[in-house]
Design a protein around this ligand. Structure first.
Ligand code: NAD
Length: 354
């Protein structure tokens, strides 16, 4: 499909391609929707095999951000940026970050950036020297690392899933298998072991697994096996697309609830297949909204109590969506309908008296 057809298909307002001759930066910024507010979403630095892969990723991620912000009741739309690295593990520099900051600034506030995979608060601070439309730094813009808040939101969503399947939501005797011992996965492991859960952890980087094992007493699992390991909750916290038609028949968990974006390879088919397999899937954009609530909340000047309350409310939102899904084709579609209802409500013209 060409770019315009993909935009029309997903409902994107704007996609812009950027290059900086001094640093070699190549970036794509997608603004999916500004109905509720500026398109909000992190920037991802990644090596993509093709430009089409990068475009697909940014379109999919920015669409998800629209639903995530709407479902979290934030006055924000959805956007995302991807930086196309020339090779894996390409070093991040201040010059590159500042070039990306200038690209964000050029959109005049239609897109507000933050960190996603491959970015750090330091990188965001560098961007913030060129643009006011970024959050999640330390010195030049507030917010910091969102992952502890994302992790807390995922744990709240897990509680909803346990309640939904008729189990106590206190995590004692609950086994959770986490794929990815990065920022989000390691924070989830820390919270869950503190609550008495048994945590199984896997990562392609052994050093990250070891850190979580040493810190929390988690049990290491080979990364090739983690998705099919018997557990009560499977928490994908690495990259997207890990739940697909091949893996679904091999899953040995009653619940999937993780921090990764776009966990399902195919929203429609995989969502339906999970439902048919009696596996409760908490849609990612509901479960992993904690970081966005925190950073958008800082940007919007919401108080820490208000932000924490909204992250706590992920549990009730997730429970509502899981109940709605009883009359939908999948939990994912129920969550999209939930988010779209909020957007439609906000988009309705206000009728004023007189
Ligand atoms: P991260 O880079 O810190 O961690 C990801 C980890 O996954 C890394 O340790 C990596 O080695 C590991 N990994 C990659 N492929 C793997 C595989 N096949 N098997 C096992 N491990 C593998 O990233 P993060 O910030 O923890 O984010 C993780 C996911 O959560 C991403 O999909 C991100 O988009 C999503 N997310 C993050 C936040 C946040 O606050 N950081 C918020 C919302 C969503």
């Amino acid at each position: 499909m060409n770019t315009f057809d993909q935009m029309v298909d997903r409902g994107h307002e704007q996609v812009s391609f950027h290059q900086d001759p001094d640093t070699g930066l190549r970036a794509i910024i997608a603004v999916h929707s500004t109905v509720l507010g500026p398109g909000f979403g992190g920037a991802r630095r990644w090596y993509y095999a093709t430009e089409a892969d990068a475009l697909y990723d940014v379109l999919r991620l920015s669409e998800g951000m629209t639903y995530k912000a709407a479902a979290a009741n934030l006055p924000m739309g959805g956007g995302k940026a991807v930086v196309l690295l020339p090779k894996l593990d390409y070093r991040a520099t201040e010059a590159e970050a500042r070039a990306l900051g200038r690209c964000v600034q050029a959109l005049g506030g239609r897109y507000i950036s933050a960190e996603d995979v491959g970015l750090s608060p330091q990188y965001v601070d560098w961007m913030a020297q060129e643009t006011t439309w970024v959050t999640g730094g330390i010195d030049h813009c507030p917010g910091g690392d969102p992952s502890p808040h994302t992790a807390q939101g995922v744990v709240n969503a897990m509680r909803a899933a346990l309640t939904h399947v008729g189990r106590d939501a206190d995590f004692s005797g609950v086994t959770v298998a986490i794929q990815g011992a990065g920022n989000v996965g390691s924070n989830i492991a820390r919270i869950l072991t503190g609550l008495g859960a048994k945590v199984l952890i896997a990562d392609i980087a052994d050093v990250r697994v070891k850190r979580v094992v040493d810190e929390c007493g988690a049990t290491p699992v080979e990364h090739e096996d983690i998705l099919t390991t018997p557990c009560d909750i499977l928490a994908p916290c690495a990259l997207g697309g890990v739940i697909d038609a091949t893996i679904i028949p091999k899953l040995r968990c009653p619940i999937i609830c993780g921090g990764a974006n776009n966990i399902l390879d195919d929203y429609d088919e995989d969502g339906v297949a999970l439902m048919a397999s009696n596996i409760v899937y908490v849609p990612d954009f509901i479960a992993n909204a904690g970081g966005v609530i925190e950073l958008a909340g800082v940007y919007l000047d919401l108080s820490p109590d208000d932000r924490a309350q909204r992250i706590a409310e992920i549990e009730t939102t997730a429970l509502q969506v899981l109940r709605d899904a009883e009359s939908a084709s999948s939990t994912y579609m129920a969550a999209v309908s939930y988010a779209k209802r909020r957007i439609d409500e906000a988009a309705k013209p206000r009728v004023t008296a007189g």
